[in-house]
Design a protein around this ligand. Structure first.
Ligand SMILES: [Fe+2]
Ligand SMILES: [Fe+2]
Length: 213
């Protein structure tokens, strides 16, 4: 049975989710960190620093994913769409957790810009939800495909010896591909080229700032 929440409940739930994502412990699925049982590699300081920064970018990407899903869940019309996105959103929480752990293992820190990117992505997600479920799902599919390509680019930069980082990136890549397929199969429309281009530009702005901040 579906529970009905008052607007005040909804706002509190959103706030709880935002704070957990940016500052606290997100709700995870049953899956373990794919890199947990692998040995810590011998890396040069430069390799370690670069990998930490890449994982910081991926962590912020997952913060954005959470915000996009939350924004969409708020405005999406079909309950079925909301449900099918719930598992994907939970898997993004795994990614968030794995990336955070790896950033710290590599001696890095998380981005100071996360609250900002969360807020921006939340608004974007809500807007996509308002545009209707076909566009909303199309937006998810396109986002996931762009992330998948981006993870490939990161895999190419992480040394083969760093199996711990690579295992996380590999699992995330497979998950994002599955999310894209699911969203497309659920009826996601192909987004117009200018929208896809704008999304790529926003992602570029995020990755190039978060590498440093
Ligand atoms: Fe993800
Ligand atoms: Fe995803």
């Amino acid at each position: 049975m579906e529970r009905r929440y008052s607007p005040a409940d909804q706002i509190l739930m959103q706030l709880d989710h935002a704070l957990r994502t940016v500052f606290g412990r997100p709700h995870l699925t049953e899956r373990a960190d794919p890199g947990a049982d692998l040995a810590e590699p011998e890396l040069t300081p430069a390799q370690r620093d670069h990998a930490a920064r890449l994982m910081r970018i991926n962590h912020t990407g997952e913060v954005c994913a959470q915000a996009l899903y939350q924004g969409q869940a708020l405005t999406a019309r079909l309950p079925g769409v909301r449900d099918s996105m719930a598992r994907a959103a939970a898997e993004e929480n795994d990614h968030l957790d794995w990336c955070e752990r790896r950033v710290h293992e590599l001696g890095g820190r998380l981005s100071l810009l996360n609250p900002l990117w969360y807020a921006g992505s939340f608004v974007l997600g809500a807007a996509a939800g308002l545009a209707g479920d076909r566009w909303s799902l199309g937006f998810v599919a396109e986002t996931e495909r762009q992330v998948e390509r981006h993870l490939d680019a990161h895999l190419a930069q992480v040394p083969p010896t760093d199996e711990k980082t690579r295992a996380i990136l590999g699992t995330m890549k497979a998950d994002e591909a599955a999310h894209a397929t699911k969203a497309a199969e659920a009826g996601g429309a192909t987004l117009p080229e200018p929208v896809r281009g704008a999304m790529q530009l926003a992602a570029k702005l995020m990755t190039s700032t978060v590498y440093y901040v």
